[in-house]
Structures are given as structure tokens and as C-alpha cells.
Design a protein around this ligand. Structure first.
Ligand code: HEM
Length: 123
């Protein structure tokens, strides 16, 4: 039986599993690995904080995602195609691991942020 996203350990599992898929994606993997050369030991904990802040009002995340993605989009195209792949992998991961109200909220929020980022990058 799957359970809902309940705590930080659940968020860590979600984030680790999701970015595992991202790294293998032929559509967006190279953006993280080759273009941005992401340091995963730094990026993953940042993403735990990001999601814990959003979902559990933890206020541990400090950063500026908007600015980071706008800068990144100047190095490589990040269009509807890339965001659609991101969201597909994200929702797939949530559905594989969890079930419940918080899981639904997480997918909803990810979808909203995708729309916002896409809008900002295109404008
Ligand atoms: C195709 C879509 C996306 C790509 C290629 C992408 C790529 C990246 C990369 C390479 C970084 C690291 C930047 C750096 O530290 O230098 C980053 C940071 C980040 N991303 Fe994304 N991202 C995407 C979509 C999203 C979405 C939809 C969200 C939120 C739901 C998100 C949330 C974040 C956050 C919170 C950070 C940390 C920002 C900071 O350090 O201030 N990303 N992203």
C-alpha cells in the first residue's frame, strides 16, 4: 500500500528518485549534467529544502529559482518540450511512490510552477 507524502524522509525519497530519472532522460538529462554541470551533493539537499518549504511550511529554502532558470535558458533552450518532460517525470515519480492529498497537492504545485517558469522564460 502506498502512503501519502508525510515528512522530510518522504520528500528525500521523492527528490532522489525524480532526479535519478532526470539524469537518465534523453530530453533534459544533458541540461543538468552537461550544460549546468550540477553538483548533485549540493542540488539535492537544496531541493529537499525547496519542497519541504512548500509542502510543510518549513522555510528552510533559500534561493532564487526564477533567476536561476532564466539564466539557464540563455545557455540552452528550455521550452515547452523540456518542461513537459520535467513534469511528466515528476508526476510519474509521485504516482509511483505515494498516494493521497499531499501527493495531489505536490503535483498541482509542480504544474503551477512549470507554467510560471515557462511564462517568465518566454517573456
Ligand atoms: C526543464 C525544466 C527544468 C530544468 C532544465 C531545470 C534545471 C535546473 C538546474 C540546472 C538547476 C541548478 C542551477 C544552479 O544551481 O546553477 C536548477 C535549480 C533549481 N530548480 Fe530547476 N529546472 C527545471 C524545472 C524546475 C521546476 C519545474 C522547478 C520547481 C517545481 C524547479 C526548481 C528548482 C529549484 C528550487 C532550484 C534551486 C534554485 C536556487 O538555487 O535558487 N526546476 N534547475
Amino acid at each position: 500500500m502506498k502512503h501519502d507524502i508525510q515528512n522530510r524522509a518522504d520528500i528525500e525519497l521523492l527528490v532522489n528518485t525524480f532526479y535519478g530519472k532526470v539524469q537518465k532522460s534523453t530530453i533534459i538529462g544533458y541540461i543538468f549534467n552537461d550544460i549546468a554541470q550540477v553538483d548533485w551533493d549540493t542540488h539535492l539537499p537544496k531541493m529537499y529544502d525547496f519542497w519541504a518549504s512548500l509542502l510543510f511550511s518549513e522555510y528552510s529554502f533559500k534561493g532564487n529559482p526564477m533567476q536561476k532558470h532564466i539564466a539557464l535558458s540563455k545557455l540552452t533552450p528550455i521550452t515547452n518540450t523540456e518542461f513537459t518532460e520535467w513534469l511528466k517525470l515528476f508526476n510519474e515519480t509521485v504516482n509511483e511512490l505515494f498516494e493521497g492529498e499531499k501527493a495531489e497537492e505536490t503535483k498541482q504545485r509542480a504544474g503551477n510552477i512549470v507554467k510560471l517558469l515557462l511564462h517568465k522564460i518566454q517573456s
